[in-house]
Design a protein around this ligand. Structure first.
Ligand SMILES: Nc1ncnc2c1ncn2[C@@H]1O[C@H](COP(=O)(O)OP(=O)(O)OP(=O)(O)O)[C@@H](O)[C@H]1O
Length: 478
């Protein structure tokens, strides 16, 4: 299927890699390993390289299913948006416009749980839904080689299972898959061929003939060896002791509806100070929407009974009265962070809740932001362009942006999407420290069970009745 020999590029070196028919590979990656250059190679975007032999399939037979590809698609859709011209909401291309509705495709959409979304615009899909659509689109476009960057990220447990079944079906039909995996638990169980990337170097780990399974397991363990970083926490400037309201947020009988479809109805949630809350639920069940009601990013917060930091929404407060106390990380923020600026500026923008920085910046802001960059291991990248970093590194910068101002409330909506094991554990360590300091209340959305830390004293499961698509919720205290 392909051969790569003696490929050299300033940020990518591959001595030898051959993909034979019916082989599927798992490439282990970590943040900053140069994975994006490997993706560029398969995309046809890598320049300034030399190779003694490079035989890749035709470009239209390769599908790169990466976070960057998703972002590119989102930006294409944004450019096509004619809402202003038409003076009405242009939802852009719908799911049915990406995938011809042939019988096999309809079956795939059903299998992956997207068949009820045919008339939803791409930009309106939830994170998990949009990732699923990309996969089905690649298959229906006739791709023979799928390069999947962390395919489990953003998918709920059932969807991960269904995706594994789908990949098995595809492999039986001769489609080949290369997984790029940066968390040990995501390694596909039946993968036989392994490689790893470190500091821009691609290295084959397995050679079925000469290596034993045990050796491979040890190599994988070695690659994913975790270290918990000690965090020198900056001083907090908004101590919770001064907070005077009984609740940080209260949502009463909230309904969010798009067209004739309710995301949820009669949704109730109370967040008391230091009541760290874990929000779970299937893809599309309304987790992000619930957080957006609190942050003010969902316009329907005004039509609902939403009180945040003592402000009843719609009673004359500004969005900044709310946002100044919130640190947020979400896919929505990540994809909206499209301005051209350096990494330091992105972290500093957390002080102003802006995308980019448009105000005077103090030396204290700069020092705090630099301190955070050092904590997340990206100090050397402070002057790099944000968009030159890999998706996972960008996510880490956005986490620093959320933490830099020591907010009263942290809304973390799948913050670890794209993060490798080390960075995920770094974040989990931050959360434990924050909980111990008792100054910030954390709302956390995650599909990963190892992120469901004991510090979450309230757990919320969002689900819906399949008969009428009305979502209901349950809250339990441990
Ligand atoms: N502007 C919109 N117009 C129409 N539908 C929308 C809009 N925004 C969100 N939705 C729909 O609302 C549902 C809930 O979306 P939300 O992003 O809250 O889900 P989620 O639980 O966070 O999903 P995931 O786990 O995939 O991130 C989705 O099915 C989505 O398609």
């Amino acid at each position: 299927m392909f051969t790569i020999e003696k490929l050299s590029h300033p940020d990518l070196t591959i001595d030898h890699w051959q993909l034979s028919p019916n082989q599927h590979w798992c490439v282990l990656t970590q943040l900053g390993c140069g994975e994006q250059y490997l993706l560029d190679l398969f995309n046809g975007d890598l320049v300034d390289y030399q190779a003694s032999n490079l035989t890749l399939p035709a470009q239209d037979k390769i599908a790169v299913l990466s976070f960057q590809a998703l972002q590119n698609l989102y930006e294409v859709e944004l450019k096509r948006d004619r809402s202003d011209e038409l003076n009405t909401l242009d939802i852009g291309r719908r799911v049915r416009d990406f995938v011809p509705l042939s019988e096999p495709n309809l079956k795939l959409l059903e299998l992956i749980g997207l068949s009820h979304k045919l008339d939803t615009g791409f930009r309106q899909l939830s994170t998990g839904e949009s990732r699923k659509l990309m996969i089905i689109k690649a298959i229906s476009d006739g791709a023979k080689l799928l390069i999947c960057e962390n395919p489990n990220d953003s998918l709920d447990k059932e969807s991960r299972h269904k995706l594994a079944l789908l990949f098995n079906q595809l492999m039986a039909q001769g489609i080949q898959v290369i997984y790029l995996i940066n968390n040990r638990e995501d390694i596909p169980t039946d993968c036989q061929h392994f490689a790893a990337m470190s500091q821009g170097r691609f290295e084959v780990l397995t050679d079925q003939l000469s290596q034993t399974t045990e050796t491979i397991d040890q190599q994988i363990d070695h690659y994913f060896a975790n270290q918990r970083a000690e965090v020198n926490w900056p001083n907090q400037r908004f101590p919770l002791d001064n907070y005077c309201h009984p609740n940080l947020a209260k949502l009463v009988d909230c309904t969010v509806r798009y067209g004739d479809k309710a995301v949820f109805e009669r949704f109730n949630l109370t967040i008391k100070p230091l009541q760290h809350t874990l929000i779970q639920g299937k893809n599309g069940s309304g987790k992000s929407t619930a957080l957006q009601l609190i942050s003010g990013d969902c316009p329907q917060c005004f039509a609902n009974d939403v009180t945040v930091f003592g402000y009843r929404r719609g009673s004359g407060e500004t969005i900044w009265d709310i946002k100044k106390h919130i640190g947020m990380v979400s896919s929505d923020l990540h994809r909206s962070y499209r301005v051209r600026c350096n990494v330091l500026t992105v972290v500093i923008s957390g002080f102003f809740d802006s995308i980019g920085v448009y105000q005077a910046v103090s030396q204290q802001h700069i020092d705090d932001a630099k301190q955070w960059l050092a904590i997340i291991g990206l100090a050397a990248h402070s002057q790099s362009l944000f968009h030159d970093l890999s998706h996972g590194q960008q996510r880490l910068v956005l986490i620093a942006r959320a933490l830099v101002k020591s907010p009263l409330m942290l809304l973390l909506d799948e913050p670890t999407q794209g993060l490798d094991e080390t960075s995920r554990h770094l974040l989990l360590g931050f959360l434990e420290q924050l909980a111990a300091m008792k100054q910030t209340t954390i709302l956390y959305v995650s599909h990963r069970e190892d992120e469901h830390l004991p510090l979450f004293t309230q757990q919320l499961e969002m689900y819906w009745s399949s008969s009428n698509w009305i979502r209901v919720t349950e809250a339990n205290r441990y």
